[in-house]
Design a protein around this ligand. Sequence first.
Ligand code: SF4
Ligand code: SF4
Ligand code: SF4
Length: 298
Amino acid sequence: MRTRRDFFRAALLAAGTASVTEAAHAASGKIPSVDRMGILIDTTGCVGCRSCETACRAAHDLSGEPVHAAPDTSVAQVRRRPGNGSLTVINQYPGRKEPGHPTHVKVQCMHCDYPACESACIVGAIAKKENGPVVWDSDKCIGCRYCMVACPFQIPSFEYEEALKPDIVKCDFCFERITAGGLPACVEICPMEVLTYGRRSALIEMAREKIRHYPERYEHHVYGEFEAGGTSFLYLANAGFKELEFPDLGRDPMPGTSESIQHGIFAYFVPPVSLYALLGGLMWIAKRSKETEKEMAE
Ligand code: SF4
Ligand code: SF4
Ligand code: SF4
């Protein structure tokens, strides 16, 4: 186990590396706003009630009965991924620091500071907003699915059942709500105050403070502070993040990697890419003709 001294040494090292990383980002001319918002998820307080899933579905008007309706908490024992039915899911893991108390992990888009999905998108349908959210524009999307391949957290999903206008689906950080001054739906509903919404820099301070005050309770790591260049969603946990199936990512932003995927690996798979492009083109034409029909009818 790491001692407090190890922890503070690591924190100092991290601070040094952070400034180097910021300098590299500054050199690239793309730095997220210092005022960007985030959500701190303290998994140690989560009871797995899944109210956040329900509130998220309601806020996004996701139609149809959810396959696993809350409050069935046993569902959390099955590993699920966010998808068409739910933009966020709760998964359960054995708790390491408090045996007998499972750890519940809320999974959704991390709203990366340097989103690989945005970098991979060839038509600019995904954008990191100044206040933090990474949002997706249905009107621009051609359905190529590069974003799905590029995302290091395997988040975007695709509405395969929609024949003509399938959408990419992912958490949007309740962009409209927070831009209008409201709270994200999941934060608003959580009965255990597991989710804290605020300025990302303040959330990191809060997370470090919690670790300082309760070193036995927390893993000495704020996941998302540096991973893949940093994310707007941050996590505290009472078990190793690898054990909780968080991807082990370096500190460098992923866009370079995704661009390599797009321009390198895909180059060897010309037929699928051409097919995606063709399908994307057909979808776009279908969408435009539907819109034109609608405009003419008005
Ligand atoms: S988690 Fe994936 S989908 Fe979300 S912003 Fe990051 S790269 Fe994009
Ligand atoms: S921020 Fe909004 S969209 Fe994202 S998980 Fe929470 S409720 Fe759902
Ligand atoms: S609403 Fe809060 S306590 Fe309930 S599952 Fe979601 S994050 Fe956990």
